[in-house]
Design a protein around this ligand. Structure first.
Ligand SMILES: NC(=O)c1ccc[n+]([C@@H]2O[C@H](COP(=O)([O-])OP(=O)(O)OC[C@H]3O[C@@H](n4cnc5c(N)ncnc54)[C@H](OP(=O)(O)O)[C@@H]3O)[C@@H](O)[C@H]2O)c1
Length: 305
């Protein structure tokens, strides 16, 4: 039998359990990975993935330890991608106890009840860091808000597990908005400019936005190479939200005069966020041959251009 066929068959037999499959990254991961792996998609509500691909879906609240244990016993996944989270910083700040349950206790239950041989991949965030980005993997963790704090606590649980563990940190994930997903920042810019509505966008913050397919590819390599440790899977461009909005206008041929350049002081936020954020991706480039596309290219693909 041909070797590449055997490798494909081997991957197809691998069970990959993805938590938070109804979310933005979760939907993309489920659709991407179910083309080559045996995927078990897990979320709290009804399945919201509209596309018809081959995977198993389970409704499950991760804060219920008994149910988590039962589902892991039933499926015995080779890989868990723990992507589910309370992911909005304002919500985490307002409901701290719920945030700890969803982001920390749920991670603990998955770690406690998975097989010792399971490859555990935890999706974290750039919010574990403070100011002065872009950051390297091992920079000092100084979360500026409760969301970042909860994700950092979960990372530390993952690091304590004996076994194959990987922590992946993306930044400001963007990409195609599929049916059932909430509109993204890019789509908000497009919709307003199309209606010739003025928008104010901040230029004194920096991010390294991640195109969603790049993370999916990076995670696939992590699974195939059985890589452990921490990886930053972000974009290669350092851009401000204002520069992102201008790129959207340029790519879509919309009038950028409707985009007003403002500073963060225009939008006082209840929760502190780093002005200079972003992640360095040198390690992923070397170890995973991670090669993300430019932001402008990502915007084109986000709008199917
Ligand atoms: N979006 C970004 O820009 C970004 C940047 C850096 C890191 N991240 C990280 O990437 C991951 C995915 O982010 P996202 O923006 O795609 O998230 P999202 O759209 O908010 O989706 C999170 C999903 O998690 C599920 N979930 C939450 N609590 C659950 C529970 N107790 N039990 C079962 N499922 C639960 C929800 O399922 P239901 O919808 O069914 O309730 C939801 O669909 C998160 O870990 C986040 O911290 C995101």
């Amino acid at each position: 039998m041909h070797t590449s066929y055997l490798i494909k068959f081997y991957y197809w037999c691998m069970k990959v359990l993805i938590t938070g499959s109804n979310g933005f990254l979760g939907q993309h991961l489920t659709l991407y990975l179910s083309k080559q792996y045996n995927v078990i998609a897990i979320s709290r509500g009804e399945n919201r993935i509209a596309a018809n691909t081959s995977y198993v879906y389970e409704t499950l609240d991760l804060i219920n330890e008994e149910v988590v244990a039962a589902v892991l016993k039933k499926h015995q996944p080779n890989v868990i991608i723990h992507n589910a989270a309370m992911s909005k910083p304002d919500e985490c700040n307002k409901y701290k106890d719920v945030c700890l349950q969803q982001n920390v206790s749920a991670t603990n239950y998955l770690l406690k009840h998975c097989l010792p041989s399971t490859h555990f991949i935890y999706i974290s965030t750039d919010f574990v860091f403070g100011e002065n980005g872009p950051h390297n993997e091992d920079d000092v963790k100084e979360p500026l808000n409760f969301y970042g704090e909860s994700k950092w606590q979960a990372e530390q649980l993952v690091e304590k597990r004996i076994g194959l563990n990987t922590i992946v940190r993306p930044v400001f994930i963007y990409g195609q908005v599929l049916q059932g997903m909430r509109p993204s920042f890019l789509h908000w810019v497009k919709n307003n400019l199309e209606q010739e509505k003025r928008i104010k966008v901040v230029s004194d913050q920096q991010r390294t936005p991640t195109f969603v397919t790049d993370i999916c590819k990076g995670i696939t390599t992590i699974i195939q190479q059985k890589e452990k440790g921490v990886f930053h899977l972000a974009g290669k461009d350092i851009v401000s939200p204002y520069a992102m909005a201008i790129t959207v206008a340029d790519v879509l041929g919309l009038n950028k005069n409707f985009i007003e350049n403002v500073t963060s002081e225009t939008f006082p936020e209840p929760v502190k966020r780093a002005k200079k954020s972003g992640l360095k991706i040198d390690k992923a480039k070397t170890v995973l041959q991670y090669n993300p596309i430019s932001f402008a290219e990502g915007v084109k693909l986000s709008f199917n251009l």
